[in-house]
Design a protein around this ligand. Structure first.
Ligand code: LLP
Length: 414
C-alpha cells in the first residue's frame, strides 16, 4: 500500500482521500496514485546513491505529470520511443537529462531524439549505430547496451541480462567491444559509456555485483576512457504481504564497494554510475479500485469486476499475483477468485484471495501495487476505455490521466 494508507472505519484512506469518495467521484475502475509515495521512493534512490545519476524508467508509468515530479526531485528520465519522448516534452523535461533506449528505434524515434537533443542514446545494434552515425550531428553522446551474461533469476519475459535474448551486444562473444569501436569510429558520435539492464523484479543484490564485475572487465578491455556505467533498473517491489522491499542500502554499499575494488584491480578510472529504477519507485504508490459487478458461487466463487486484463494484463503475462481488499465493510473471510470483464477464461486478476463471504455486486475492491506497468500496459480489449490515473496528496484528488471515452475510442476508426 502507499505510505500512510490507513483505515478509517472500514474505508481505506489513500493520500488522505477515502477510497469510497474516489470511486464515487471518478468512477471505477480507477487507478489511484499517491504522489508522496512516488516522491519519497524517488528521493530514497538519490539519498542512497548521491554520487549516481538516477534515471526514472518512464515506461513503468508514462505520464507527463509523473515525469514532472521526477524532474523536480532531481531524477533523469529514460524513454524508449518517440511517443514516450513526446510525453517528456509535454512535461518540459530537460533534454540534457533524458536517455533514449530500445532494441528497436525507428528512424522517427531517432530523429525525434536528435531533434529534442536528448543527452544520451543507448545503441542496441550495429544497424542502429550506422543509422545514428548518419543522422547525428555535433558529437551525439551514445552508450552501448551490453548483455553481460548475468542471470537475474526473474521471469523469463523480463530477464534481459542473459545470452540468447534480443537485447544488447553480447559481452562474451566480443560484440560489445566491437560496438564500442564502431561508435568511436563515427565522427558524429561520442561514446559516453556502457549500459546494461539485467531484468525486472530482480531480488538479489548479488546479481548486480556480478554485473559490475563483468562490466568493469569490459571497460578495462575497451582501450578508451569509459565515463559512465549504467546498471539499468529492475529493483524488485513487494506485491504480497510478507514480501520484502529491495535492499537499496545494501545495493548501494555493495555496488560502490565492488566498483571501486574492480576499477582499482583493472587500473581504470571509476566511471559515474547511472541506475534506472521504474517499478521500485511507482509500483507501491498505486492502488486500483474496481466495482464488483457479479458473483457466481459454484465449485469456486468468482467475483467479477468492471475491469480486468485490459487494465492489468500482468497475471496473464507473467503469472503475477495480487492481494485484494474489500472496502467499506468487514466480515468472515472466504477464498474467492477475482476475474475481469473480458471475453477470455484467462482474464483472472487474483486467485484464492480472501474476501468477506457475503461479497456482492456493488462492493468496492482495492488492489494494491498497481502503480508500475498497469497504466503502461493497459489496452482497449473489448473496446473498454482505459481507466484514469488519479493522483492523491494531502487529502486532495485530481486526475493526471483522464478516463478514455467512447469518443476517444471512435476517433481512430475510419
Ligand atoms: N531500464 C531499461 C533499459 C528497461 O528496459 C527497464 C524495464 C527499466 C530500466 C526499468 O525496470 P524496472 O526498474 O521497472 O524493473 N512489463 C513488465 C516489466 C518490463 C520491464 C521493461 N524494462 C512487468 O509488468 O513486470
Amino acid at each position: 500500500w502507499p505510505d500512510g494508507t490507513h483505515l478509517s472505519g472500514s474505508d481505506l484512506v489513500i493520500g488522505g482521500v477515502p477510497a469510497t469518495r474516489l470511486a464515487a467521484q471518478f468512477g471505477t475502475p480507477c487507478q489511484v496514485l499517491d504522489e508522496a509515495t512516488v516522491r519519497n521512493r524517488a528521493k530514497a534512490f538519490v539519498a542512497a546513491l548521491p554520487e549516481a545519476e538516477v534515471v526514472f524508467a518512464g515506461k513503468s508509468l508514462p505520464c507527463p505529470e509523473v515525469y514532472r515530479w521526477m524532474a523536480s526531485v532531481g531524477l533523469s528520465l529514460d524513454v524508449s520511443s518517440a511517443g514516450e519522448l513526446a510525453l517528456a516534452r509535454a512535461a518540459g523535461f530537460p533534454a540534457g537529462r533524458i536517455v533514449m533506449h530500445g532494441n528497436v528505434k525507428t528512424g522517427e524515434d531517432l530523429k525525434a531524439a536528435l531533434e529534442y537533443g536528448v543527452s544520451r542514446i543507448v545503441a542496441d545494434s550495429f544497424d542502429e549505430i550506422a543509422q545514428l552515425g548518419a543522422l547525428a550531428r555535433h558529437g551525439q553522446e551514445v552508450m552501448i547496451r551490453v548483455t553481460p551474461g548475468v542471470d537475474a533469476h526473474t521471469h523469463a519475459a523480463v530477464s534481459t541480462g542473459v545470452e540468447d535474448q534480443k537485447f544488447g551486444f553480447s559481452l562474451a562473444s566480443g560484440a560489445a567491444l566491437e560496438a564500442v569501436l564502431r561508435v568511436v569510429e563515427q565522427p558524429s558520435l561520442r561514446l559516453a559509456g556502457l549500459h546494461c539492464h539485467i531484468g525486472s523484479q530482480v531480488r538479489h543484490v548479488a546479481s548486480y555485483e556480478e554485473t559490475v564485475r563483468r562490466m568493469v572487465g569490459l571497460i578495462a578491455s575497451c582501450g578508451v576512457r569509459i565515463e559512465q556505467l549504467d546498471l539499468g533498473g529492475g529493483f524488485c517491489a513487494p506485491y504480497l504481504p510478507g514480501e520484502s522491499s529491495f535492499d537499496l542500502f545494501g545495493f548501494a554499499q555493495r555496488v560502490r564497494g565492488t566498483l571501486s575494488y574492480e576499477c582499482a584491480l583493472h587500473r581504470v578510472p571509476v566511471p559515474r554510475i547511472l541506475i534506472e529504477p521504474g517499478r521500485s519507485i511507482v509500483a507501491n504508490a498505486g492502488v486500483t479500485l474496481y466495482r464488483v459487478c457479479a458473483v457466481k458461487r459454484g465449485v469456486r466463487t468468482f467475483v467479477a469486476v468492471d475491469g480486468g486484463m485490459s487494465d492489468n494484463p500482468r497475471p496473464a503475462l507473467y503469472g503475477a499475483k495480487y492481494a485484494v481488499r474489500l472496502v467499506g465493510r468487514g466480515g468472515k473471510l472466504r477464498p474467492v477468485t477475482v476475474v475481469g470483464r473480458h471475453c477470455e477464461a484467462g482474464d483472472v486478476l487474483a486467485e484464492n484471495v480472501l474476501l468477506p463471504a457475503d461479497v456482492h455486486a456493488g462492493d468496492l475492491l482495492a488492489v494494491p501495487v498497481t502503480g508500475a506497468y498497469h497504466h503502461a500496459l493497459a489496452s482497449n480489449y473489448n473496446q473498454v476505455g482505459r481507466p484514469p490515473v488519479v493522483a492523491v496528496r494531502d487529502g486532495l484528488a485530481r486526475p493526471i490521466v483522464r478516463r478514455e471515452t467512447e469518443e476517444d475510442l471512435l476517433r481512430r476508426y475510419v
